[in-house]
Design a binder for this molecule. Sequence first.
Ligand code: LLP
Length: 446
Amino acid sequence: MSFYGTARINRQGHLEIGGCDTVSLAAQFGTPLYVMDEAALRKNCRAFREALKKHYPNSLAIYASKAFSCAAMARLVDQEGLGLDVVSGGEIYTALQAGFPMEKVYFHGNNKSAGEIALAIESGTGRLVADSRYDLALINRIAGQLGKKARVLLRVTPGIEAHTHEYIRTGQIDSKFGEGIPNGQAREALSGVKELVNLEFLGLHCHIGSQIFETDPFADAARLLINFASELKRDFDLDLKELNLGGGLGVRYLEGDDPPTIDLTVANLAAALRETVRQSDLPEPRLIIEPGRSIVGEAGTTLYTVGSIKTIPGLRTYLAVDGGMGDNPRPALYGARYQAILANKADQPKMVTVTVAGKNCESGDLLIKDLEIPQAEPGDVLAVFTTGAYNYSMASNYNRLPRPAAILASDGQADLIIARETYADLVRNDVIPERLKTGAPASSAG
Ligand code: LLP
């Protein structure tokens, strides 16, 4: 198989990432361990910046931090000149902790709380992307209370449903996100936006899906939104200053996956946008895109230590690792599939077929079915690829398993960016009421 980024097999026959021997990383930091390839992360950020500069300079790429949010990642994104997409008070707080320039932060969410909106406005968050007329009104009210003006976009559903390998032009109105264009709800929501005096309406946002392999749906979305913007100009004299087309570019999980390049995706989208704008009488809006997975997905690898290996003759061999659905819920949630190798036997021929099982108390906690690997034994290090996106960010403490550490590897140096949770962390918020502090219920005393 071909490796991504700086991953390669070193002279010891071990998997190496960012110039670091992953077997040594496992020994030094423990497992499970998320290993982030710094050079790959930076290269992906730059690919978006350069593609936009080339094809549509009046633009900004913002990293969708829900894919992998931590303070170090926010710093790296800032260094690379991207903005940040956040969807919760927690993600805003992370950006603030990281000293991220808040004017480059976009705050999304279909049910933002009043507290989150106040935090966003008070911290100088650049844009709030309203999800509905309810959200517009709430943001307007809170901005008024704070004596501030909030810069907003409205999220719309254009009626394009994008899937991994296909998209359908109808439907998608049935979504919890955004106001529909085809059924007139978006138009209705914006008809009175000028009366919301604490808002500055800047434009439209849409996000048509995730892990998309075609470039056409993005171009179609651009066309649809520009046509809708022409209607808004004509009927309500609303200007489209910004057009945010969301994220969604797919990545490679399996050998056969072949996503389009960042450059091609941006080129097609920019061409469609330009063309439609030219046919309208609108000025070119500023273009925002919000990649998450395509920046961090393939740059992340999870290391596990192999423990129990159970063979059921004639049926299957379960190879259990020291993590599972707690650190990667995607196989259990979405039936997501992954590739993996034994990091300490990376140069050895594949001999056996195993099913990689996690250690959570759940039969469905299987990370990979039918994986071919060299002869395995307890203590081997299993490296699962493309775990950078929606793994740590979706991790849980199910079974009270501490969430793993994450490191940033570059040029032979490995730096901790998220510490491993401790047992003390797990019980930190537990509270024992007074009446439970004795050995027996109060009523049975004496
Ligand atoms: N912008 C908005 C408004 C979004 O909702 C999302 C993802 C993105 C940008 C970034 O999309 P990306 O470039 O990462 O595809 N947990 C799922 C993915 C959920 C995506 C949610 N929204 C998974 O593990 O596949």
